[in-house]
Design a protein around this ligand. Structure first.
Ligand code: HEC
Length: 279
C-alpha cells in the first residue's frame, strides 16, 4: 500500500520541481540582472565615507609610524622609491627597481623588505599567512599598503621602465599572463582577455585591454564586500592562481611581482582610487 503512494508522491514532487525550474534566462533578463548588479555596485560607491577600507588605511598609517619589531623602529626610514619616508605619490611609481635589493618590487614586496631589513621582523613569519581569511581584517602589511596606496589617490600609474630589470619584469608578467599551465590548462587570458566575460555574476575585466585595466587596477587594495575585508593586489593574484589550481603564489615572489608589473603597465595612465569598494 505504502510503496505506490510514496512513488506517486515522488512523481508529483518531481513534476512540481520541473515546473518550478527557472527557464534559461533570456538575453533581456540577463540585461536586467546586469543592471541590478550595476545599481548595487553604485550604491556601494555612492557614499565613499562608508568604505570600511578607510579604517584599514588609518590603521596602516599608525603602523607605519609606530616603533615596532625586534629593532624597535618605525617604517619612516623605508624608501618606497622616492626617498626614505616619502609616501606621497610613491605607489603610482611602483613596481620599480630597487638597487639595495637588486630587484624589482611592488608595494607589498617593498614593505616586506622594509619590515625585515629595518624593523628586524622574521621574513618567514611574515610569509606564513600573508593574507586574511574571509571575515578577518587585512594583515598589518596589507593595512600599511592600503594607506600608502591611498596617498597616491588621484595620481596616475607611471611605473618606471628605464631599468632593464623593470622591462624584464613586465615581459615575464606578460608571458605568465598568456601561458597556459596547471591541471586546468588555464592562463590568465582564459578569463581576462575578452570583453564581456563573466563567471556566475562576476564580470571578468578584460585586463589585457588598457582601457579596462585602467578602470580597475588603480582600485586595489580594495574593500571586498563579499569577504568583508580589504584585499590587496598580492591577495587578488593569489586567489586567481588558486582558481587556476596552480601552485600557491608566494607573496613577494618574482612571479607575483612580474604579474603586478604587467598589470600596472597595462593600466599606465589609469587613476589610483584605492582603497575602492568591490562587490
Ligand atoms: C578561472 C578564471 C580566472 C582566471 C584563470 C584568472 N582569474 Fe583573475 N579573476 C577571476 C575572478 C572570478 C575575479 C573576481 C571577480 C569578482 O570578484 O568580482 C578575478 C579578478 C581579477 C582581478 C581584479 C579585477 C577587478 O575587477 O578589479 C585581477 C587584477 C585579476 N583577476 C588578475 C588575474 C591574473 C593576473 C590571472 C592569472 C595569473 C588571473 N586573474 C586568472 C577569475 C580568473
Amino acid at each position: 500500500m505504502r510503496r505506490p503512494l510514496a512513488l506517486l508522491a515522488a512523481g508529483t514532487l518531481a513534476a512540481l520541481a520541473l515546473a518550478a525550474l527557472p527557464q534559461t534566462p533570456s538575453r533581456a533578463q540577463d540585461g536586467e540582472t546586469e543592471k541590478a548588479i550595476e545599481r548595487y555596485r553604485q550604491m556601494l560607491k555612492d557614499d565613499p565615507w562608508s568604505n570600511p577600507g578607510l579604517l584599514d588605511a588609518d590603521r596602516g598609517e599608525a603602523l607605519w609610524s609606530r616603533r615596532r619589531g625586534p629593532q624597535n623602529v618605525s617604517l619612516e626610514a623605508c624608501d618606497l622609491g622616492r626617498g626614505p619616508g616619502q609616501v606621497e605619490g610613491a605607489f603610482a611609481e611602483l613596481p620599480r627597481y630597487f638597487a639595495d635589493a637588486d630587484q624589482v618590487m611592488d608595494l607589498e614586496t617593498r614593505l616586506l623588505w622594509c619590515m625585515e631589513k629595518l624593523q628586524g621582523f622574521n621574513r618567514s613569519d611574515l610569509l606564513k599567512r600573508p593574507h586574511p581569511a574571509g571575515g578577518q581584517p587585512v594583515k598589518e602589511l596589507g593595512a600599511i599598503a592600503t594607506w600608502v596606496a591611498s596617498k597616491s589617490g588621484g595620481a596616475k600609474f607611471a611605473a618606471p621602465l628605464g631599468h632593464p630589470k623593470e622591462k624584464d619584469a613586465v615581459a615575464l608578467g606578460q608571458a605568465l599572463f598568456e601561458r597556459r599551465s596547471g591541471p586546468f590548462d588555464f592562463s590568465c587570458t582564459t578569463c581576462h582577455a575578452e570583453p564581456g566575460k563573466r563567471i556566475r555574476l562576476q564580470g571578468l575585466p578584460h585586463l589585457a585591454n588598457p582601457d579596462e585595466a585602467r578602470k580597475v587596477i588603480g582600485e586595489w587594495p580594495a574593500y571586498r564586500v563579499s569577504s568583508t575585508h580589504v584585499m590587496t593586489m598580492q591577495h587578488r593574484l593569489y586567489d586567481c592562481y588558486w582558481q587556476m589550481r596552480m601552485p600557491e603564489l608566494e607573496f613577494g615572489s618574482e612571479v607575483s611581482v612580474a604579474l603586478v608589473a604587467y598589470l600596472v603597465n597595462k593600466a599606465a595612465g589609469g587613476e589610483i582610487t584605492a582603497p575602492a569598494i568591490k562587490r
